[in-house]
Design a binder for this molecule. Structure first.
Ligand code: ARG
Length: 560
């Protein structure tokens, strides 16, 4: 497929005098359809069919036939030999035709980032799942990925929590589960009791200025939280390790110098005793310019100040070429302002990019934010336990206990991740157990089943060996075309992090495989050459699915 794109891209180039996306898609009418002449025709005010014919005249056709069709499409039909050749190439490539980037970048990816005073809840799900997929993908493409867990271990709410912990006796033994209730109580008190609120604010200042007793209390809880978070990541199969925990507190010593730097650059203004940065182009509802409060009136620093120090650190110290923030859509303005400030400060310059990889919310059946029966955010640990328990119902009762548990885990966790990643990133989605665990549908379980089926064929055949590809049946051809689409999909997903393109591709691949397996005998093929060829296709299908699911962070069991 890539060679078709290339052949047409250069023909379009010649016709338009500049680079034009030929827009190559799979098609019902032919193997591929090239759609680029439609837009180019509009732009050049020429009939698209004429542009298409012009383009065709410049295509050095190799191994495929192309004709102009319809309103200005180009239908492309590839030859069987060409197809077989490309497939053999993909099969002999451990990377399945996906090249390692020739422009590797240092990419800092800020994801998961729960607040340590609370249990992880469903609100942390998407950042964790999407962020991990972004990290796995960019790493596989050859980038130098720095995972960063910007955990909320600092700031106002922490002051209130520590104050409450200190005042209400022996909180040290409180497990993380109890910490949620504790947090609630502290918040209620903060809202109701102005003196407590003031002490809490003082506690924040004490924490930030390194008061020893406060720090001791703080350390205990952060350590416990980190152990708990690592356990959740292990259950989820999330590639975030202890070294990647760089919480908000890490930037505390940088905040003083940050103020000085911004001040001497003339970027800070006094507003009500607070030091503020007003980035260009941001105003509130009343048209007033919006500030980033860099230092509060009481001398404390907030979330935004920390993010300024963090982006500076990632660019200047980590030497990141690209800084990604996998955080929900409600923080869009916050990040836009932080990026604008980083540009004003001269950190975010040249080819360095900062991007907010945003996402929508997880909703309950009622269309509102998913909540537990008690009305709280659903605890992530409970949600994952339920996923695994439900998966037990659909995995093979014949597996022995240890394997069955591992498979149920892969299926349950996979279902949750897949449901998240197969929904459009920017949209909200409804969390629905039955749908995400359906064994026939666009689900992880369906793909895992398909994969287990391929694995079982390969086991019975004793594996597959290199063989030349023979394509006879249309379903066989269709599977071959599908398999060749993998590199293009990976490349597209790496541009936009629209993982639903990858899940959609894998779903289509599983469908093509099932049709192939229905229509073509593999183990009992007509002759040895077909058998060997089909086993190569089985093996390539399995490897493509395992790799594709692996990029999503989803395990594929050998048996189900
Ligand atoms: N802890 C924050 C929250 O729960 C998310 C942090 C995202 N990362 C960042 N650099 N601000 O909303």
């Amino acid at each position: 497929m890539e060679s078709i794109v290339k052949a047409f891209a250069s023909a379009f180039d010649t016709v338009a005098g500049r680079a034009v996306d030929p827009v190559v898609r799979r098609s019902k009418h032919a193997d591929f359809q090239v759609e680029g002449a439609l837009a180019l025709g509009r732009e050049l005010r020429r009939p698209p069919r004429e542009v298409a014919a012009d383009v065709l005249g410049h295509v050095a056709a190799q191994g495929f036939d192309a004709v102009v069709a319809g309103a200005g499409f180009i239908n492309v039909t590839v030859g069987d030999d060409w197809l077989a050749g490309r497939l053999a190439e993909a099969a002999s490539d451990p990377r399945l035709g996906v090249p390692v980037t020739d422009t590797p970048e240092v990419v800092a990816i800020d994801y998961s980032a729960p607040n340590v005073a609370k249990e992880m809840h469903v609100g942390n799900l998407r950042s964790t799942v999407i962020g991990d997929a972004v990290a796995r993908l960019l790493e596989w493409l050859g980038h130098d990925v720095r995972r960063i867990n910007h955990i909320g271990d600092w700031g106002t709410s922490f002051g209130m929590l520590l104050e409450h912990l200190e005042e209400s006796g022996s909180p040290d033994e409180a497990g993380i589960g109890d910490l949620d209730a504790f947090y609630k109580a502290a918040r209620a008190r903060f809202a109701a009791d102005e003196e407590f609120a003031e002490r809490s604010r003082q506690r924040v200042v004490a924490l930030q200025s390194g008061d020893e007793a406060t720090l001791r209390l703080w350390h205990k809880h952060v350590d416990e939280s980190e152990r708990y978070l690592l356990a959740v990541y292990a259950t989820m199969g999330v590639t975030m390790s202890k070294e990647d925990f760089v919480g908000e507190s890490f930037y505390n010593p940088m905040l003083g110098p940050l103020v000085e730097e911004l001040e001497s650059a003339g970027l800070l203004r006094d507003s009500d005793g607070a030091k503020c940065l007003f980035p260009d182009g941001f105003s509130g509802r009343d048209g007033e310019p919006l500030p980033i409060i860099v230092r509060k009136r009481d001398g404390g620093f907030g979330y935004s100040a920390t993010d300024l120090a963090a982006i500076r650190y990632r660019i200047k110290n980590l030497k990141a070429d690209r800084v990604l923030y996998v955080v929900g859509a409600p923080q869009a303005k916050h990040f836009a302002m932080v990026f604008a400030a980083a540009r004003a400060a001269g950190w975010l310059t040249g080819s360095v990019r900062a991007e907010h990889v945003q996402f929508g919310s997880v909703l309950g059946a009622d269309g509102k934010l998913l909540r537990s029966r008690a009305g709280d955010g659903v605890k992530l640990r409970e949600l994952l336990d339920e996923a695994v328990a439900r998966a037990y119902e659909i995995v093979g009762p014949s597996l022995e206990d240890g394997e069955r548990h591992a498979v149920a885990r892969a299926v349950g966790i996979g279902a949750v991740k897949y449901a998240d990643l197969s929904n459009h990133r920017l949209k909200d989605y409804v969390f629905d157990w039955d749908r995400m665990l359906a064994t026939n549908g666009d689900t992880a379980a369906y793909l895992q089943y398909a994969c287990a089926r391929v694995a079982s064929i390969l086991r019975r055949a004793g594996g597959s060996a290199t063989a030349s590809i023979v394509l006879t049946h249309p379903s066989e051809r269709a599977l071959a075309l599908e398999l060749l689409g993998f590199p293009g999909v990976v490349e597209a997903v790496a541009q936009t992090f629209e993982f639903q393109k990858l899940t959609g591709y894998l779903f289509g691949l599983a469908g093509a495989f099932n049709a192939f397996f229905r229509d073509c005998r593999v183990l009992q093929a007509e002759d040895d050459a077909s058998r060997a060829s089909r086993l190569v296709m089985c093996d390539l299908t399995r490897r493509t699915m395992v790799q594709g699911m692996g990029l999503l962070g989803i395990e594929v069991p050998e048996r189900m």
